[in-house]
Structure formats: structure tokens, C-alpha cells
Design a protein around this ligand. Sequence first.
Ligand code: T4K
Length: 405
Amino acid sequence: MKHHPHDLAILGGEPAFSQALHVGRPFIGDRRTLIKRIEGILDNRRLTNSGPLLNRFERMLSAQLEIEHVIPVANGTLGIMVLLKALGIRGEVIVPSFTYIATAHAVTWQGLTPVFCEIDPHTHNIDPKLVENSITPNTGAILAVHLWGRPCAISALTEIGERHGIPVVFDAAHAFNVCLDGRKIGNFGAAEIFSFHATKFVNSLEGGAIATRDSVLARELRRMIDFGFGDSDEVEGLGINAKMNEFNAAMGLSTLADIREITAINRDTYHAYAKDLAEVPGVELLRFDESTNPNYQYVTVMLDEATFGLSRDATMRSLQAENVLARRYFHPGCHRSPPYATSNRCLPATEAVSRSVLCLPCGADLSPGLVARVVDLLQSIREHADEIRDRLSGLSSGFRHGRRA
Ligand code: T4K
């Protein structure tokens, strides 16, 4: 615990950690198996285009997600783009603004218009009542997100989609292996998209997958991610290159094999934060519903400035100075980010949440002991909030006058 203000790194002290603590430090899986697989790729020179590791990864994904069609792709963003194209979506797509920018960009890149919808501030997921209000004759699809791996209001959204004849798809980038009412995420809507980026629960360095129960759609997706080739050497229609290669599949297989251990580490981290943060006024942990088989990938807190005594941004800077690389995902909301910021859309719940969310270090390398030290730091930062505020206001006025304080 740092008792004196000058012990805090933001006030001139030594950083608490010599090695940075990250949000989303990748899990590597069994290193020897991974290296053996990579050597196998080099030996047999099957580098990409439906190689043996990719086929195995695909079968394992399908078994794990309990769904027939799981199509690996080069990354989650391309997955969303190809899916929207395969479904023939036109016009507007209703999306939450409080999501990673990739959700909105994938829509725009397809020549579609994202219509940013408000979230429920308690769940951080899109608010189905407001989705319904956003539907117009131009609405082509609803693209909801299971943010932080917490399932969104799937049945309400599915019901709205059916009533209006609009396809509903889910960005499940954060929700691998999560369930709702005993069914794995991946089985809902027209299709769901996962991300296997390095920072994700299952990681294939870069990568993603589209999951669907619809065989016709699955066939179309397989064709589209491979330049439009079907089973022959003749192109059957429009396509792109969104294939996953063998190196990505090798890494994906390694981390997928370890999801029990990864979940156990994440769960211990989350429970340690839950216990320790209970002692910190003004910092509220966003809880997982244990019945959804969470992967505990993100540790997300809401920081109440009035109670904590310091703004979220000043707290984040103070933690980062200690080498605790907390992040303010998904600030300031897509509707406030270029190229969407011109829309003048005002989403008060999204803006309030994006001002107070802080993601704390999680993933590989975390342990309950390290969590206790991170939370101690938060306590010290809270105790010395006045000095930090003075210091940061001095710094910013220094910057305003073109010099550093
Ligand atoms: N939909 C949603 C809801 C998403 O969250 C995302 C991606 C997508 C769609 C699109 O899926 P992909 O096309 O990416 O498959 C990361 C990821 O780049 C991004 O995949 C992810 N969401 C987003 C939430 O987070 P950053 O800006 O946080 O990455 P970065 O490089 O700052 O890394 C975070 C921390 O992890 C750092 O402290 C460093 C550490 N790190 C990172 C990498 C990449 C490592 O220790 N090793 C590494 O290799 O975006």
C-alpha cells in the first residue's frame, strides 16, 4: 500500500510494477505442442487454404459451441462484413454505440448505415425497447453485441426481428463458450460472430469465426470467404479473401484446448477483484451471471467520480503510471468517434457509461495476489485524490501554455 502521496508514480514515486499488467494478456497454451504444430506446417508446406489444422480447428469449434456450422475467418471484423453481405442486407443496421469500433466499421464498410442505439446502463448491452423505436422502413438488420461476454437480450431482440421481418445477428466477439438458458452463444439469430484476436478468450493471434444453424447460409459464407469458389474450380459469385491460415489455426487449437484452465484463471481473478473491490467506495464491479457459464474475459468496473473522489480518466492515468495498464473501452462510444461523430446523435446512457467504465488488468499473468496489489493502489489513489487532481490540473494548464509542468 502506498501511504504517502509522493509514493504514487503519478506524483513522482516509483511505479508499483516493473512489468506492465495488461487488459487481455494473451494465453499461449502448451508451447511445445504449438511449436510442434508449427514445425508440422513448415514440413508439409500446407500453409493455408483449408489445411489440416484449420479443418481440425473448425471441427473442435463446432463441438465446443454445439453448433453444426462454424466457419473460421481471418478476423472478427471480416466475419461481420461477410455475414452482412451473405444475408443481402441493405440500408440501415441497428447497432449499439457502446461497442468496439469494429462493429460499426464492418457495417459501414459494406456500404450500409449504422444506426446507433442506446444501451441499458445496467447491462451495457443494447436496449431492445429502444431498438424497436429505431426501426424504419430502411432497417435491414439488427446487429447486437454480447458486450464483455454478457449475453444481450436475445429473446426480446429475436421477437422484434421476427415481428418486423428483419434478420437479427450477434457480435459475440467476447462471448466464446458462454451460454444462455443452457444453449451456447453461437446458436442464436441468423448467425453469430466470434473474435479470436490475441487479446480474446480463445486466441488464434488474429482470427474469428461465424457460427450458424442455417446450412444454406453456411454454404454461402464458405463460398464468400474464398473468393466466391464453391466445390469446383469455377467461381460461383462474389467473394473475398477472409480465410484463416494454418498458423492461426495452430494457435487457435492450442488455446481452445486450454479453455478450462483459462476460465479457471479468469474466474479466480474476477472473484479476487469482487472480494477486494467491495472495500473501495465508488468502484463497482460489473457482475457476471454465473448461470451463463461466463468466460470472465473482462474485469469491468464503473467508477463513480463523486464517491471515489477522482474522475475515471485521472484514475486511469494514475494506474497507468504504476504500470497497471487499465483501459477505458469503448470511449467515447462509436457515435462520438470519427467518421460517425457528425451524426449529432445524443445517447445519454451510452455517454454516461463510457465516461465511467474502466477495464482492469486480466488474462494471463494475473493472480489473486496481484489483484490485491492493484486494488490497494486504487485505495491509495482514492486517498490522495486531491493531490492527484491538483497535479493533473497543473499538468494540463502547463500543456495549455505550451510547456510541461
Ligand atoms: N466486435 C467486438 C465487440 C470487439 O471487441 C472486436 C475486437 C471486434 C468486433 C473485432 O474483432 P477482430 O477483428 O479484432 O477479430 C483490442 C483488439 O485489437 C480487438 O480485437 C478487440 N475487439 C478490442 C476490444 O481490443 P486494443 O486496442 O485493446 O489492443 P491492444 O493492442 O491495446 O492490446 C490490449 C492489451 O493487451 C495491451 O495492454 C497489450 C496487450 N497485448 C496485446 C496484444 C495484441 C499483449 O500483451 N499481446 C498482444 O499480442 O484492441
